[in-house]
Design a protein around this ligand. Sequence first.
Ligand code: EPU
Length: 447
Amino acid sequence: MTNLQAGTSVAEEAGQLILRGGRPLRGEVAIRGAKNSLPKIMVAALLTGERCILRNVADIQDVAIVSELIEALGGSVARPDAGVIEIESANLKPMERSVLKEFSGRSRIPILLCGPLLARFGVAQVPSLGGCRIGSRPVDFHIDALQRMGAILHDEPGAAHLTSGKLHGNKIRLEYPSVGATEQVILAAVRAEGVTELSNAAIEPEILDLIMALQKMGAIIAVDVDRVITIIGVNSLRGFDHTAMPDRLEAASWASAAMATNGRIFVRGARQVDMMTYLNEYRQIGGDFSATNDGIEFWRAGDSLRSIALETDVHPGFMTDWQQPFVVTLTQAEGVSIVHETVYEQRFGYVKALNRMGAKIQLYHECLGSRKCRFGQRNWLHSAVIVGPTPLKGAEINIPDLRAGFSYVIAALAAEGNSTLTNTSLIQRGYENLIPKLTALGAEILG
Ligand code: EPU
């Protein structure tokens, strides 16, 4: 698998990985800063002209793309040490047409530039968004909130174009606790005039990480227990020195790998506090773990795994990004498991290939959970019934998105025989050093 740098084409760097399965993964891997927090904190750095230091930075594609974008906007991103970046944006300039074109379709992060760009220039143009194709992923909540704060949306196909004077605070209620829309409002409100009260907000730990960086910058943000976030706008913000929280999605991915391959993996850097919901479900299906200050070790408690019924949800529920690796593990559990996906309408596309490998997973349009979700009574196959245990056999699989990609790696390692995975570069959006980590855990990599 090649090392994908931002700027290279998919065709050049698509990547292939050939794995021989059947061997338990054993050993230690270390995780660093969260993919879903690092790029957002990098965007927050653009709210000030002062130097910002971000630590525990993982070498992943989303960080590379945002670094490139900051540089294209006239800022600088230095790497004085491994895992540390220094961002300076005193000379930031508005987004030019060439930059819009260059970054079109490469990431979802640029939509979060609206707040900083409006605060600094009164104009924000944002390229069309990329990211995993796991649902329609509109940004209507983002735009609606910005309009309520005084931004004007201009009609421009393929890109968001907003202008404003100084944004003003407002009472905003999200229709659904969207992670990105919550971050959008926070990043726009910290330098707006007056108070913003955001209700039905997302409160994922990665959002709290962003809030902590902003608080170091001088922002005033209160998070209430009932999903209300209150932001008192300030005139200026200063630099920060912040250590990003560890990636709890990568930690859970290795945990699922340990269980599916009947191995034992110590994930250095994983934190119990970020993963409590996951750990409860892990234990219920027959996994065990030991959490210390240095990390969490994961293994199977007994000879067999148990089935479960669960639904994904916003925090503090079971994360949608934990779902795919967990489902691979459930193919090895005794009995019938049910997984109801309530965050994204199309996040089960990957099970087709698992069924080719021998899994027995059937998808349903109905909400097979304790409650109805937004996707019931429509044509979305968003509930899965998994019958296990089923032996898996190697296959040739093209990777459709990030989390599905890692799930196929787990399935390939749990399977009999060889599997060839293509388009592996997608995995590098969120997992650094995949090959060295797999090697360290004893995976058989044939190419
Ligand atoms: N939604 C709307 N309108 C909006 C915004 C969201 O309808 O304006 C809907 C979405 O279509 C989706 C739901 O709300 O059905 C939740 O979307 P959310 O905005 O919370 O997701 P996001 O911010 O785009 C982030 C992560 C995702 C993670 C979700 C949920 C980043 C860069 N991405 O996406 O991560 O699944 O939150 O926790 O932070 C991944 O890591 O593989 C990944 C996809």
